[in-house]
Design a protein around this ligand. Structure first.
Ligand code: FES
Length: 655
């Protein structure tokens, strides 16, 4: 009789295998993605499959009840001790006796697709660099002396087809090996790491007997203001715990350039900042692990993204060269290290660190991570991606070509340098509307679920008070003032007689618009002053000019869509950003927020080795435009000072 036909779903891979082949061997033979940690010993249950029974006319087979072997003792023991969902079999034990259709559920696939959270529905394909392998090692023999490590290598070669000449012990592993082997009765589980551009297989950790896992990694975004970290399960890609802390380097300088000058002026200053940031990251990692009840030994990888100055300070490199033209990076390539190189004691000592490549002296690994998350190189549309911080990082491109630059927007968009400005925190005004007839404002405050003119607002806002205005609030306020005719195209606030509202009050030789006078609630008076408008104009002109410069270089005068990245991008209203002329004209429904795209990019690189290779190759192809030395940048900047713009048309706003 013919050998039985096996069809694996969802991949659809099919082929004939000799009667009696296990499902796991059949999967391996046909290149089907079926997981195993114990190597087919009936311990790990990672190989679970769901055989189907019945007629499958589409596949041309009928599957009978006896297509798979009866439960054997190993499988039965597993079911009794640990339980198996109805309909599930252990792929390493069940043998194929007749034609069969076998479904591989997502959790049994190594390379399964994990849907990202947030706005984009795209998935991350799991392909982590570190895997768990259970291995049985030969006992030592006086008559054939060899080291425990050598016999472990032989076992890995025989049971997992790992080339023994490539295997290296990570720090501390040899010291624990002998105890682990004896405690586990000559069976151990190892965490074996192989990088995307690496010939070596590194044993990062070792456990006696069978270790269930999972393993974890950290995706870390080191920003100039905050450090955000996501503890991620390396098996299913899910974030188990996230947290952020202030970057302690703030005490050496608020923004990047002041930190560079701190390093220039103070001997040992760069080292001080390096120690501060590493310590904060280590503490953050420890807190995350504690919150998620994950042991230090189970955190085996970390991926970092950061802007160039943060990148250098994290790695212990003096950033002075980044403070002056030609803005040379010590290295623009990716960096691979061990946790101990960065003094990260909260991870296993040999945990592998991967720092994404930088794009240029001003466009860092954080921008590379945004690009990895948004993949402009796969876009048919001409897409503009803007990540706003104190520096805006701007990427423009499509499948043909991708350009990048950064633009010094300063901190105004974060509420700094604004008279009533504050960070986005409870009590901050975050949304503003102004009636074009009455010129009266209504607003919303973070932490309060009512608009200011709704009933019960006073009680609802009592918990937080009204303390100031944050970045998204000031952008909406200025845009609304423009639409209500309180501010003219040059950015000048009119006097009460011209604007028709007593809310325009003199302030020195100029005017300010009072958004909230604070008398009712005993809070501060919150106004938008002429100085605030000037600060916003400078910031938005810098952003617009950067985008415009890339459009010139690309030879386009319109973009098809705009992606706003970062925490700021998630809160900003596209309409107001466009009224202000922060971003070029584009259909409003094609302006979307990507959330924390840099963090997502870090997570992708953490979960998928191939993504690391991809971003390294893509970064080499991204053309960098240096705004600081580009004369047209200044021209664009001046023209963009008007609201929305002196010359560029905004037809979408007229719709
Ligand atoms: Fe481990 Fe089947 S491979 S139980």
């Amino acid at each position: 009789a013919q050998d039985p036909l096996v069809i694996f779903m969802p991949s659809g891979k099919r082929g004939r295998v000799p009667r009696g082949t296990t499902v796991l061997s059949a999967a391996r033979r046909l290149g089907v993605d079926l997981d195993s940690v114990c190597g087919g010993r009936g311990i790990c249950s990672k190989c679970q499959v769901e055989p189907a029974v019945g007629a499958f006319p589409k596949h041309g087979v009928t599957v009978t009840e006896d297509a798979l072997s009866e439960w054997n003792a190993v499988e039965e023991r597993y079911r009794q001790k640990r339980g198996l969902k109805p309909g599930r079999r252990l792929g390493c034990q069940a043998r194929i006796l007749g034609d069969v259709v076998i479904d591989v559920p997502p959790e049994s696939q190594v390379h399964r697709q994990v849907v990202r959270k947030a706005a984009t529905a795209r998935a991350i394909t799991m392909d982590p660099a570190t895997r768990l392998l259970y291995v049985e090692v030969a006992e030592p023999d006086m008559h054939a002396p060899s080291g425990d490590f050598e016999r472990l290598k032989e076992a890995l070669a025989a049971q997992w087809q790992v080339d023994p000449s490539t295997i290296r012990p990570g720090p501390g592993v040899l010291a624990r090996l002998q105890e682990a082997l004896r405690k586990g009765d000559w069976a151990v589980t190892v965490a074996l790491h192989r990088g995307h551009a690496d010939e070596l297989e590194r044993i990062l950790e070792i456990w006696p007997g069978y270790h269930e896992g999972p393993l974890y990694g950290l995706a870390i975004d080191v920003g100039s203001t905050t450090i955000a970290a996501h503890l991620t399960n390396l098996r299913d890609g899910q974030v188990v715990e996230s947290a952020g802390v202030m970057n302690p380097q703030i005490r050496f300088g608020e923004d990047l350039m002041s930190r560079v000058s701190y390093a220039m002026m103070n001997p040992g200053g760069a080292a001080e900042m390096t120690a501060a940031v590493r310590e904060a990251i280590d503490r953050l990692a420890r807190e995350l692990a504690e919150a998620a009840r994950v042991e230090r030994r189970e955190i085996l990888e970390a991926v970092f993204v950061c802007n160039p100055v943060m990148h250098h300070l994290l790695l212990g490199i003096d950033p002075v060269e980044l403070g002056q033209a030609p803005f040379a990076l010590a290295t623009s390539g990716s960096v691979t290290l061990e946790a101990r190189d960065l003094d990260l004691a909260s991870l296993t000592p040999g945990a592998r660190i991967y720092v994404l490549p930088c794009i240029a002296g001003h466009v860092g690994a954080d921008a590379a991570a945004v690009a990895l998350s948004e993949e402009p190189w796969n876009s048919d549309d001409m897409v503009l991606i803007v990540d706003v911080g104190t520096n805006a990082e701007i990427i423009l491109g499509n499948h043909q070509r991708v350009l990048a630059c950064s633009s010094p927007t300063g901190p105004a968009f974060e509420g700094a340098q604004i008279s009533s400005g504050q960070r986005a925190a409870p009590g901050a005004i975050e949304r503003v509307e102004i009636d074009p007839e009455t010129k009266e404002p209504r607003f919303r405050v973070i932490g309060c679920d009512k608009w200011s003119d709704e009933e019960g607002f006073a009680e609802a806002v009592a918990a937080t008070g009204i303390t100031g205005i944050c970045g998204s609030g000031i952008i909406e306020a200025v845009a609304e003032m423009r639409m209500a005719g309180i501010v003219d195209a040059s950015g000048l606030i009119g006097p009460p007689e011209a604007t028709g509202t007593p809310r325009c009050v003199p302030e020195g030789r100029t005017y300010a618009y009072v958004l909230h006078d604070g008398t009712g609630d005993g809070g501060p008076l919150i106004a938008v002053t002429q100085g605030d408008i000037r600060a916003i104009q400078l910031a938005k002109s810098a952003l617009y000019a950067g985008a415009r410069l890339l459009m010139d270089e690309m030879g386009v005068d319109r973009v098809d869509r705009i992606v706003l990245a970062g925490a700021f991008g998630a809160h900003i209203s596209p309409k107001h950003a466009m009224v202000l002329g922060m971003i070029p004209d584009c259909p409003l429904e094609r302006v979307t927020s990507a959330g924390n795209a840099a963090g997502t990019g870090a997570r992708i690189a953490l979960c998928n080795r191939a993504a690391r290779a991809e971003i390294e190759a893509r970064v080499r192809d991204i053309a960098k435009i240096e705004t600081a030395v580009e004369p047209r940048f200044q021209e664009h900047f001046v023209a963009a000072n008007a609201i929305p713009h002196a010359t560029d048309p905004f037809p979408e706003l007229r719709r």
